[in-house]
Design a protein around this ligand. Sequence first.
Ligand code: FAD
Length: 424
Amino acid sequence: MERLPRVVVVGAGFAGLAAARALAGRPIDVAIVDQHNFHTFEPLLYEVATAGLEPTDVAYPVRTIFGREPNIAFRYGKVGGIDLDARSVSLEDGTRLDYDYLVVATGATAGFFGIEGAARHTRPLYTLADARRLRNQLLGVLEEADAHPERFDGGPSFVVVGGGPTGVEMAGALVELLSVSVRSDRLRIDPARTRIVLLDVADHLLTAFRSAAGGYAAATLRQRGVDIRLGQRVTEVTANGVHLADGSVIRADVVVWAAGITVEGTLAASLPAPTTGGGRVEVGADLSLASHREVFVVGDAAAAPLGHGKEGVTPQLAQGAIQSGRHAGQQILRRVAGQPATPFSYRDKGIMATIGRRAAVAQLPRVPVIGGTLGWLAWLGLHLVYLIGFRNRLLVLLNWSWRYFNWPSGPRLIVEDVPAVTPR
Ligand SMILES: Cc1cc2nc3c(=O)[nH]c(=O)nc-3n(C[C@H](O)[C@H](O)[C@H](O)COP(=O)(O)OP(=O)(O)OC[C@H]3O[C@@H](n4cnc5c(N)ncnc54)[C@H](O)[C@@H]3O)c2cc1C
């Protein structure tokens, strides 16, 4: 009997899941490999970091997602290398997985852009572990400021570097964490003396949005007490604070790094293919490599052309990942069926960022930027729709309602990190 075509999908993010889903129920053997045994809903990581949501609210086991799909197997492990000639990937435990088609969906990582001390003294927000570490540090600093106010020169200082959606969301959520810590937890901290500073090198926030969004975000955050400093280039980060190009230093107890991402250093970057800015792998119109048509690169890792005759590449957003992953899966089905390839075409469904309680910006195609409560409701609804799993949607809705109505308590727990059995 002839064997079924084998597809290996590396990465269970938005792109990898979409690729595997497109192959579900088909006469194809699919192995999805990830270094975590869960899918992470990255857009809500800042909520975990600021103790608004639990880690389990934003993560979902990959085995559960594909539990009813007998042709999709999950393999927990980190892929260390790809042998394009032998058509196999090697896991760090020495296992080899052979493929007929490979989908590389390994995402990106935090980019520190060579800024001295940034990797060492800041907290990035890219994985669930990052979010847990950041939460521990934020809550730890707040407790320390309560116990030893003399060590804090008036009050704690939190600096967020990067005024894109992640930085804006972090700054807004920090305001809420601080307010609930003082109001409900009775931490002896003077909010007026606590600093939340949001820095960006650009002259406005949310540069990927239309300018109205950045203006609204800045006005709302300033009104909530965030010190926004624009046109500021970070040159160095030390244990004490953030150094700026103008020679000034901002004292910081926690520095959140939300300044950008890179594909350099990830598995996708090891492919022998040309890359664009940020190490994104150049792919053809059908999202496969020009040199190896059986290898597809999708999601944040790829510089996928927008298609439809439009110049530019697909944005590193959840929609870009979902659409490109799905397209790669569909192309594999076409190849297996002996049909010709079809070009990828990105459909812009808009972008959103929340600024905090009842304030968000939603930029939808052909519609003016929506702000305020309406924007926030749109943001809330969309995130619930795209969260994986009914249980997670319900838990997130409950947690958000809990906080919205100001009921006491929430997941403000400092839980020491327990060493995990990491895949080798
Ligand atoms: C904090 C934050 C907030 C965001 N907010 C938004 C938002 O509001 N809206 C929006 O549209 N987008 C948002 N994004 C961007 C969006 O999350 C990404 O564009 C999307 O997750 C990319 O999907 P992906 O599948 O390409 O990569 P990822 O989702 O990053 O998944 C990559 C997967 O590959 C796995 N992996 C990597 N290397 C290996 C390896 N060697 N072996 C095995 N497994 C590996 C990782 O563990 C991970 O599970 C946000 C991103 C972050 C970090």
